[in-house]
Design a protein around this ligand. Structure first.
Ligand code: ADP
Ligand code: 5GP
Length: 220
């Protein structure tokens, strides 16, 4: 078997990015998606209203509260949570499909979602990364310059930021997103290494058996 055949048998990773709002996880997620077109983004369902420029089915599936509750009752969500007064959840079916096809799935979810996915049956294939801001002052500055939220919403997001940050130690990796280029390079390094985890390479067993046969034939 050639090495390219082995990598084709790669299992998909569930890559979770969390951070307090404004630390930069969406920016890093967008860059990752552009870096590797085989990555698939888990489009969450949410009951919050779309922001300017957000498209249904691309950034989120925008649903009403009864529609969201129906999805949860039908067992369609891998995880779900109440965040900033709205419901958010990750539909399970597209995730299972991608993983089975050996594609990684990227999640932008809060700590509650990260915890639920990390405790799910797919836990062995989870890579969780927490993004911290370099300072609280800079976090506020980023929320203000993003220009997407009212002063009231920014206030609410800042109030909630410590709650999110306090869960930093439940993640596999933590990135302090000071310089964006440095953070992105580190993120790519983490993903490249995690893809090589033994459990992510189901073809290794067969490959090692092949090595053993060859060993016995050539050396034995
Ligand atoms: P989040 O998804 O975590 O809420 P965003 O990715 O929307 O945050 O980033 C918030 C704002 O901060 C955006 O305007 C983004 O361009 C900016 N930003 C992200 N990372 C950095 C960085 N390392 N340095 C400076 N600005 C950044
Ligand atoms: P926003 O409204 O700014 O898009 O997202 C608000 C928060 O909800 C962010 O912390 C984001 O990570 C989180 N979030 C988005 N989608 C999901 C999801 O499907 N599940 C969970 N648990 N959190 C989500």
């Amino acid at each position: 078997m050639r090495s390219s055949d082995r990598s084709a048998e790669r299992r998909g990773l569930l890559i979770i990015l969390s951070s307090p709002s404004g630390a930069g996880k969406s920016t890093l997620a967008r860059r990752l998606m552009a870096w590797d077109e085989t990555l698939s983004f888990s489009v969450s369902a949410t009951t919050r209203a779309p922001r300017d420029g957000e498209e249904d089915g691309v950034h989120y599936h925008f649903v009403d509260v009864p529609g969201f509750k129906h999805m949860v009752e039908e067992g369609e969500m891998l995880e779900h949570a109440h965040v900033f007064g709205n419901f958010y959840g990750s539909p399970a079916a597209p995730v299972r499909k991608a993983i089975e096809e050996g594609r990684d799935v990227l999640f932008d979810v809060d700590w509650q979602g990260a915890q639920q996915i990390s405790n799910s049956v797919l836990r062995d294939h989870v890579l969780s990364i927490f993004v911290l801001p370099p300072s609280i002052k800079e976090l506020r500055r980023r929320l203000e310059t993003r220009g997407q939220d009212s002063a009231e919403t920014i206030g609410k997001r800042m109030e909630k930021s410590w709650d999110e940050i306090s869960h930093w130690d439940g993640y596999d990796y933590v990135l302090v997103n000071d310089d964006l280029e440095v953070s992105f390079e580190r993120l790519k390094t983490i993903i490249a290494a995690e893809r090589l985890r033994r459990v992510q390479q189901p073809g290794l067993m067969g490959f090692v058996r092949g090595l053993q046969s060859e060993f016995e034939e050539v050396e034995g």
